[in-house]
Design a binder for this molecule. Structure first.
Ligand SMILES: Cc1cc2nc3c(=O)[nH]c(=O)nc-3n(C[C@H](O)[C@H](O)[C@H](O)COP(=O)(O)O)c2cc1C
Length: 328
């Protein structure tokens, strides 16, 4: 563990709002954005254990955690228990807050191979895999999964929570949909409530938390130890400070100002270009821009201009012009 790093229990002391692992989104740059706005804990995008163990540069890079990028957990995925255990051991060297095993990804090319939500086809095997990963590292190991595959007569998640805790898993994140539901249809947080009642480890409720009020309601209804936020953070990372203000002080924060929205846009473009160069650093920021500019006068025209520009200097000029126009 890093010197001065909070203990595992302390990570959940304040009912944290956690930035969800999201492939091609939750990189170091975006983790910094969310942390600066109140995300207390972040999880890396998932890292393929086969790539990692082959020494693939992209997989290794996903695991690098700078001193100002903590506490962050590293998430790994794979279909082979021994390879997952080996990869967890490699991940441990980066000194993450903990190692999370993805047992929830629905994407067919991953789940069909038995990784991600493929583990839900055989809960027994999932538990044995988790036990092996737990034994392979001294860091806490956690699991992120779903309610079940979707065709079971009874969702396996509550029983799974108990069995995972029994083999030493330290926390469980539940995306409260089935794998079959992908990201569509209603979430059912009541399973997170039942799972949290069944175990003493922290259970983190995830799925469709889109506002501070949603976060408060999810915690209230489930008694869970924290909330995890994914898609809403992509467009509105301010949600983290809004959640904290609501939970800690019962305060509803005003939405971010025009200046703040434009400044974050500019800073995010700059940070991504510093990390990746042009034009990729500019292009990969675009997925955030529509949300960041939401509600601004002339937002749609501004977005169109930004989407046609591949250079950081160009985007900065467009945003400066917009700031001047909106201030006039
Ligand atoms: C673009 C994208 C990428 C994702 N990648 C991952 C991933 O790498 N690992 C993981 O456990 N979940 C991943 N997820 C699922 C999210 O972590 C989260 O469980 C899901 O989006 C539901 O939460 P939300 O309603 O707050 O978005 C991803 C979701 C999205 C939208």
């Amino acid at each position: 563990m890093q010197l001065g790093a909070p203990s595992f229990a302390a990570l959940f002391g304040s009912k944290p709002a956690i930035l969800a692992p999201m492939e091609d989104v939750t990189d170091a740059v975006f983790r910094r954005v969310c942390r600066s706005l109140g995300a207390e804990l972040c999880v890396t995008e998932f890292v393929n254990v086969e790539g990692l163990l082959r020494g693939c540069k992209k997989a290794r890079k996903k695991m690098q955690l700078a001193p100002d990028d903590r506490p962050t957990a590293i998430q790994i995925y794979g279909a082979d228990p021994e390879r997952l255990a080996e990869a967890a051991h490699v991940a441990e060297a980066a000194e993450p807050a903990f190692v999370d095993v993805n047992c929830g990804c629905w994407v067919p090319k991953i789940a069909r191979r038995g990784a991600g939500s493929g583990w839900l086809r055989d809960p027994e095997a999932m538990v044995a895999m988790a036990a092996m990963v737990v034994r392979s590292v001294s860091l806490p190991v956690t699991v992120k999964t779903r309610l079940g595959l979707g065709h079971e007569a009874e969702m396996p998640i509550v029983d799974l929570a108990r069995r995972l805790e029994d083999v030493g898993v330290r926390a469980l994140t539940i995306h409260c949909r089935t794998a079959q539901a992908r990201h569509e249809g209603p979430v059912d947080w009541s399973f997170a409530a039942r799972a949290q009642r069944a175990v003493s480890m922290p259970v983190i409720v995830n799925g469709d938390i889109r506002s501070a009020a949603d976060a408060a309601r999810a915690l209230d209804e489930t008694g869970c130890a924290g909330v995890m936020i994914g898609r809403r953070a992509i467009e509105h990372p301010w949600i983290f400070r809004e959640v904290r203000a609501r939970l800690d002080r019962g305060v509803e924060l005003p939405p971010p100002s025009v200046d703040e929205r434009l400044a974050l846009c500019k800073a995010h473009f700059a940070a991504n270009v510093a990390a990746r160069g042009e034009p990729f650093g500019v292009r990969c920021t675009r997925r955030h821009v529509t949300g960041y500019l939401h509600g601004l006068r002339g937002a749609s025209h501004l977005r169109q201009r930004l989407f046609l520009c591949d250079s950081l200097a160009g985007c900065s000029d467009i945003l400066d012009e917009a700031a001047a126009r909106l201030a006039a």
